[in-house]
Ligand binder design. Structure first.
Ligand code: SAM
Length: 326
């Protein structure tokens, strides 16, 4: 099961590469201007280029899926990426310049947003956590690329062979194992600094008990922070079949489970897992229609013809962005 879940990262990476190739990402106004992400496209293309040498098998999978991605998928990737970046940017701006701040990306996969962030913010400490196999591939790609190695100022740990820098750590860990997870976080990060936890399509693959323990323990450890989570929600209306169909399709096609999709099937239920926090949870269709400007929507429309607006709406109503502050 670990292997199957771990491989979902290749889908996420393929979707990002597709959205970048078609021009959805980076958003000039939201990611480049507002979050000051420079070199976004170049960073991702370099990662893909070097991935080819590290693992031809993974590269081929990513390349094939990226080539055939539909407009609705590109919109979805655009929305999830931009929504997380904006929530993160808001937190970092609220903390302000000159204060130490930590970002912990749980189930980071091949996510590369740490590169522009670490370059922009000299007081930022960033930790990426994933299964050993994901961390090993990511570590190799970052090291094999002179450009990415230099951007992150990486060195190689003698003991593990993993790359790291003074402000960036890659942690191999099974997040279902709370003892292991907390030990790593306690060793690397401080409970005293404001901390952002990112879970982008992680909690949906975890069992209920383990994911709840993870949320409770991590929120209990850091004195103040913000949890930014993006996930599918099954849908709570009596005639809503989205979640059940999604679960069946994933099981049939990949033997992949989403154990809590139908438990936390609405924005309210999903938010209820984050105890003692000030939470906002919004479905991605609402986010799209309320927070993306007319100019940005016009830019997206100019990229590809999107015929399936109803399909986009149904899909995006079944994904959410949660921000919990404590
Ligand atoms: N967050 C990344 C993104 O959105 O691009 C990757 C998302 S991918 C769909 C899910 C990621 O969560 C995978 O990289 C997978 O290995 C990781 N993951 C899931 N369960 C995990 C666990 N128990 N321990 C560590 N990593 C886990």
């Amino acid at each position: 099961m670990e292997r199957i879940v771990q491989q979902t990262d290749y889908d996420a990476l393929s979707c990002r590469i597709s959205a970048i190739s078609k021009g959805y990402l980076p958003s000039p106004s939201l990611q480049i201007e507002r979050c000051q992400y420079d070199g976004y496209r170049e960073i991702h293309m370099e990662y893909l280029r070097v991935l080819k040498g590290v693992s031809m098998k993974i590269y081929s999978k990513v390349y094939q899926v990226a080539k055939t991605s539909f407009p609705v998928m590109n919109y979805g990737t655009y929305l999830r990426t931009v929504a997380i970046d904006l929530a993160l940017d808001e937190f970092l701006k609220r903390v302000g310049d000159g204060r130490k701040v930590q970002v912990v990306n749980l189930g980071c996969g091949s996510d590369l947003r740490m590169i522009p962030l670490l370059r922009n913010l000299s007081d930022l400490f960033y930790v990426d956590v994933d299964y050993e196999r994901s961390i090993s591939v990511k570590s190799k790609v970052l090291w094999e690329s002179p450009m990415l190695r230099e951007m992150l100022d990486l060195k190689r740990e003698d003991s593990t062979g993993e790359v790291s820098s003074d402000r960036y750590k890659l942690v191999a860990c099974d997040l279902n194992r709370l003892d292991q997870t907390m030990q790593s976080l306690q060793a690397l990060t401080s409970p005293d600094y404001p901390t952002v936890i990112i879970t982008e399509c992680l909690l949906c693959y975890m069992r209920d008990r383990e994911s709840q323990q993870l949320i409770d323990s991590v929120m209990g450890f850091y004195k103040s922070g913000s949890w930014i989570s993006y996930d599918p929600i099954g849908g709570s209306a009596p005639d809503d079949r989205f979640g059940v169909i999604m679960q069946n399709n994933l099981k049939e096609s990949r033997n992949l489970d989403m154990p809590t999709l139908m438990i936390y099937n609405s924005t309210e239920r999903y938010a209820s897992r984050f105890h003692d926090a000030d939470t906002t949870a919004i479905d991605m269709w609402e986010l799209f229609t309320s927070q993306i400007s007319n100019e940005e929507c016009a830019r997206l429309r100019s990229l590809q013809f999107l015929d399936e607006i109803e399909e986009l709406k149904v899909m995006q109503k079944h994904y959410l962005l949660l921000v919990a502050r404590w």
